[in-house]
Design a protein around this ligand. Structure first.
Ligand SMILES: CC(C)(COP(=O)(O)OP(=O)(O)OC[C@H]1O[C@@H](n2cnc3c(N)ncnc32)[C@H](O)[C@@H]1OP(=O)(O)O)[C@@H](O)C(=O)NCCC(=O)NCCS
Length: 170
C-alpha cells in the first residue's frame, strides 16, 4: 500500500481516542442499536489493549484485545473511506505480533462477511457457524503464534468449551 509508511499503529490514549473507538464501533458494528452495546464490560481492565490505526493524527481503524481464554479480538473496524488499503491488515499484523510476544492464542467471533479478511492473515475457522441476534451470522476463528503450538494444544479444549459458553458479540 503506498500509504503504508504513513499509517501508525499504536495504543489508544485518553478519553477523546476512546470516544472515537466507540463512535467507530457504533457506526460500523451496531448501526441503529443501543449505544451501550458498544461498551464491553472488559474495556477498561488493565489487561485490555485498544489499538488504533492513525493517519495524520486521525484514528481510521481500531481493534481491541481482551485476555479471555487466550486473547480475544473484538471490535475490529476500519473507517469506510479507508477500507481496502491494507489498514485492517496492518492492525491485524500488530494484533498477531502482540499475541506472539506474550505467547497467547488469538480468537474472535468473525462476522461471516469478514471471514475472508481473517483467512488472508492466516486465521482459520473453528466449529459451526452461529447467529448473534440483531448482528448476523458468525464463525469462531483463531490464530496461533507458531511458538505456542504445544501450549495451545493443551488449552484448545478449554477454549472450545469456554467459547460455547461465551458466544458473545465480536
Ligand atoms: C473487515 C475490515 C476490518 C477489513 O479492513 P480493510 O482495511 O478493508 O482490509 P485490508 O485492506 O487490510 O485487506 C486485507 C486483505 O483482506 C481482504 N479483505 C478485506 N476485507 C475482506 C472481506 N470482508 N472479505 C474477504 N476479504 C477481505 C482484502 O481484499 C485484502 O486482500 P489482499 O491482501 O489479497 O489484497 C473492514 O472491511 C471493516 O471494518 N469492515 C466492517 C466492520 C467489520 O465487519 N469488522 C469485522 C468484524 S468481525
Amino acid at each position: 500500500m503506498p500509504l503504508e509508511r504513513e499509517i501508525e499503529i499504536r495504543r489508544l490514549h485518553g478519553d477523546a481516542e476512546m470516544a472515537r473507538l466507540y463512535d467507530l464501533r457504533a457506526a460500523m458494528l451496531r448501526p441503529g442499536r443501543p449505544v451501550a452495546e458498544n461498551h464491553y464490560p472488559t474495556d477498561y481492565l488493565p489487561t485490555t489493549i485498544h489499538l488504533g490505526a492513525f493517519y495524520q493524527g486521525q484514528c481510521i481503524g481500531i481493534a481491541s484485545l481482551y485476555e479471555e481464554v487466550g486473547l480475544h479480538l473484538r471490535g475490529m473496524v476500519v473507517a469506510p473511506a479507508w477500507q481496502g488499503y491494507g489498514v485492517g491488515a496492518a492492525l491485524l499484523h500488530r494484533v498477531q505480533q502482540q499475541a506472539t510476544r506474550i505467547r497467547m492464542p488469538l480468537w474472535c467471533n468473525a462476522r461471516d462477511s469478514a471471514m475472508g479478511f481473517y483467512a488472508k492473515l492466516g486465521w482459520w475457522v473453528e466449529g459451526d457457524g452461529f447467529e448473534l441476534p440483531g448482528v448476523g451470522p458468525h464463525h469462531r476463528m483463531r490464530w496461533v503464534p507458531a511458538e505456542t503450538n504445544a501450549a495451545v494444544e493443551e488449552s484448545s479444549d478449554a477454549l472450545l468449551c469456554e467459547g460455547r459458553r461465551q458466544r458473545r458479540r465480536d
